[in-house]
Design a protein. Sequence first.
Length: 119
Amino acid sequence: MPFVTVRTSAAMSREQELDLKSRIGQAVSFVPGKSEASLLLCFEPPCRLYLRGAEAPAALISADFFGSEDHVGFDRFAAAVSRAFDDVLGVPPENVFIRFGDIGVWSAGCAAFDIARLR
């Protein structure tokens, strides 16, 4: 399951949020075995982000993936998400920062999944 959290200084309408939701859902499919159907996505309220010492349109995104330690598709995911923030909110790609995380153990529906045991 991929879990993506979005923090941005750009205000967004409901329509823009839904557009980004869809585009992030499509971008997740660049990671083998992942799709929007398994995506958990969180938009945090607009926040103040200071970039290079000044307020700027920026985005800080955390993208955590279970079972993707080889990081295949992360580059394509990053490019697609950066383009989406530029297209939808006018946040330049150089102001979009993505932190990737590997989830080793995950729990959903009262069941725990451990990548080491699934191999």
